[in-house]
Design a protein. Structure first.
Length: 307
């Protein structure tokens, strides 16, 4: 009799043995992203864009460091959400606090001085928007209505929304959240993942976590399973020839989509959002297969803006 050797994280482990939710470290999340983006920019064909994204991440870190108190779900509501597998901070239906708009304007003020003329014009337009216009813009981002967006402004609005949701998630703490009923959506805010990451170290060695595109929370999902439809057959992994094997595209024939997966064992400094942005060539390759992404990168609404 022979027995199959499984990779770490390939099968479900008993609940409680591994952390299901990993909240972001609010003091370092955006700073680490900025550092990774700058490192990836060296010698890259889109170095200017990566460096601008690094500046934006630095400004996000400053914004979350000084973010004010905002309304959060109370204990009974959190209990109810955990009991029924509901994310307590749902991106599409949460009544947003005006603090996110004030944070956006402070972020614009911090960026505008060093921006290119075209980027500065976009920031001025954004700064002049009314509260109602900004809220409608945010609704379109969170519902992935890209056709309704001014693509030059979208990354800035998305960056402010990331700060707001990351602030709320980390203020509540990991104990506030349970497992969601929908495995491929964030258990905190019900947003789709931007990518998944295979971690290293301790109880997380070899385990795959999905990384939320909005609040930065990570939640465990076993490997060799489609992160979109949970099918375990018909998966294939793609990479760009000659590129580092740090990032692959995990493609599923069953649902016809793909999502990138980053490997800390290949580079312990990987950061899902940054490494996704820096591997647009892989998206071009996957576009040729006819498979769309199953989750967005909110920083990639950038067509037409010379940064």
């Amino acid at each position: 009799m022979t027995s199959k050797i499984l990779e770490p994280g390939q099968i479900e482990q008993p609940h409680g043995e591994i952390p299901f939710i990993r909240l972001p470290e609010r003091k370092t999340l955006f700073r680490q992203r900025a550092n990774r983006l700058r490192g990836l920019a060296e010698g890259h064909t889109i170095a200017d864009f990566l460096n601008f994204m690094a500046q934006l991440a630095d400004v996000q870190q400053g914004a979350i460091d000084s973010f004010p108190e905002v309304f959060l779900p109370d204990a009974p509501m959190l209990d109810l959400c955990r009991e029924h597998g509901m994310p307590p901070l749902p991106a599409r239906s949460w009544l947003r606090n005006p603090a996110w708009r004030r944070g956006l304007k402070r972020m614009i003020a911090a960026l505008v001085a060093e921006a290119t003329p075209q980027a500065r014009d976009a920031m001025v337009r954004l700064y002049a928007m009314t509260p109602a216009e900004l809220e409608a813009f945010a609704d379109n981002i969170l519902s992935e209505q890209q056709q309704s967006l001014d693509l030059a402004l979208a990354p800035l609005v998305a960056a402010a929304l990331q700060v707001y949701w990351t602030h709320m998630a980390t203020t509540l703490g990991a104990q506030a959240f349970g497992r969601g009923d929908i495995a491929n959506l964030c258990p905190v805010c019900a947003s789709p993942p931007v990518a998944s990451v295979v971690r290293i170290g301790g109880s997380e060695q070899g385990l795959r976590y999905l990384h939320c595109s909005l609040c930065g929370t990570e939640w465990h999902m076993v490997r060799v399973k489609c992160s979109n439809c949970e099918e375990s057959k018909g998966l294939a992994y793609f990479g760009v020839e000659g590129a580092p094997e740090t990032v692959k595209a995990e493609a599923c024939d069953d649902c016809g989509s793909y999502l990138k997966i980053v490997y800390m064992e290949k580079d312990p400094h990987v950061e899902p959002v940054a490494d996704d942005i820096a591997t647009l060539a892989l998206d071009v390759l996957m576009n040729e297969t006819g498979k769309p992404r199953s989750g967005p990168n909110l920083m990639l609404f950038s067509a037409g803006l010379d940064l």
